[in-house]
Design a protein around this ligand. Structure first.
Ligand SMILES: [Mg+2]
Length: 89
């Protein structure tokens, strides 16, 4: 039996990929590792602000909150990729 943590990570990483595969995001390419760390950090902070805004609503829209957590995670992933050069190219 898979642990809950593994199941949640698999679910969430699928959401991250789904978001990255949206046409408007595909059009941006996957060269984020060439962006400056400052730019990626700025975008991460913007997404965190969007998440905070969703969480501050009187009636929380769960779908919108999850979507913003995915945005935060994707920019954190891009920053990790850019800072480590984890993959060739
Ligand atoms: Mg967002």
């Amino acid at each position: 039996m898979q642990s809950r943590r593994r199941l949640v990570v698999e679910w969430f990483s699928g959401l991250m990929l789904d978001k990255l595969h949206q046409p408007r995001n595909l059009a941006k390419g996957d060269e984020w590792h060439k962006d400056s760390l400052g730019l990626l950090l700025s975008r991460l902070k913007e997404e965190l602000g969007e998440l905070e805004a969703e969480l501050s609503r009187d009636h929380i829209d769960r779908s919108a909150v999850v979507s913003e957590t995915v945005d935060v995670a994707n920019f954190a992933m891009m920053l990790a990729d850019a800072v480590t050069g984890s993959l060739p190219g």
